[in-house]
Design a protein around this ligand. Structure first.
Ligand code: CAA
Length: 258
């Protein structure tokens, strides 16, 4: 496996584990780190041995935002010409599922990166926020849009306008995170959940992800229509026959990803 300077990459069975690793900058997201994450995700998406990905940070910080020192002197034409931030969103375009395992700070671009993943498991130490307003800017990697869809207008507006942080309990209460676990168990729990997903039929997992994500982009009627078409199509897959036969025969299914 290639070596990286800002992340640590491991595989645990069928799970790809990416650990953000710029400890001196609380995992602030610079262009190198985003490039490395995308390169690894490109590989995981192509690798049939990988069924699910976990992105995590350190105990202290998932990521404390975009790297302020890297971006502070950017001009408008520079950010426009290089299309600053757009490459980050590739994390949200991935076809295999990605779990964010968040401990400590997930601020600014860190919170936005977590929200680009398919769901967020939080340690009880997690703190989420969009503090960009305190820097004289607003969220630029999806925060005003995705946070609003997660938690509704009132709370998203308060978070984005004041920059205050939300703790793990509040984040779970308002639906930003799927579950809160003790910090010491976070990565193990995320890998366990990811392994369960990776053991399912991979095309079924990917189509399910696609269908849930469709609910963000379309009307209810169109979304239901999309779901119904994909659901019907699943009856053309050997994995549907295997999954249902295994239930009827009271045994574990052996999915073949076809
Ligand atoms: N960019 C660059 N460096 C950062 C950073 C960031 N976003 N966040 C932290 N660091 C660096 C600090 O500069 C510091 O480096 P030095 O030791 O060299 O001084 C180191 O990480 C440790 O940070 P602190 O000493 O500040 O640690 P703390 O525990 O006292 O505070 C914190 C932690 C509250 C997270 C604080 O570091 C902080 O407020 N960070 C900035 C958070 C922020 O504003 N994020 C939004 C960035 S803008 C953005 O993300 C735009 C977008 O939408 C894409």
């Amino acid at each position: 496996m290639a070596s990286y300077e800002t992340i640590i990459v491991e595989t645990r069975g069928k799970v790809g584990l990416i650990t953000l690793n710029r400890p001196k900058a609380l995992n602030a997201l610079n262009s190198q780190l985003v490039g490395e994450v995308n390169a690894v995700l490109d590989g995981f998406d192509k690798d049939p041995a990988i069924g699910c990905v976990v992105i995590t940070g350190s105990e202290k910080a998932f990521a404390a935002g975009a790297d302020i020192l890297e971006m502070k002197d950017k001009t408008y034409p520079e950010s426009y010409l290089e299309d600053f931030i757009t490459a980050w969103d590739r994390v949200a375009q991935r076809r295999k599922p990605i779990i964010a395992a968040v401990a400590g700070f997930a601020l600014g671009g860190g919170c936005e990166l977590a929200m680009m993943c398919d769901f967020i498991l939080a340690a009880d130490t997690a703190k989420f926020g969009q503090p960009e307003i305190k820097l004289g800017v607003m969220p630029g990697a999806g925060g005003t849009q995705r946070l609003t869809r997660f938690v509704g207008k009132s709370k998203a507006m308060e978070m984005c306008l004041t920059g205050r942080m939300m703790d793990a309990a509040e984040a779970e209460r308002v639906g930003l995170v799927s579950r809160v676990v003790p910090a010491a168990d976070l990565v193990e729990e995320a890998v366990k959940v990811a392994s369960q997903i990776a053991d399912m039929s991979m095309p079924t997992v990917m189509m399910t992800k696609e269908s849930v994500n469709r609910s963000y982009e379309t009307t209810l009627a169109e979304g239901i229509r999309f779901e119904r078409r994909v659901f019907h199509a699943m009856f053309a897959m050997a994995d549907q026959k295997e999954g249902m036969a295994a239930f009827a025969e009271k045994r574990k299914p052996g999915f073949k990803n076809r």
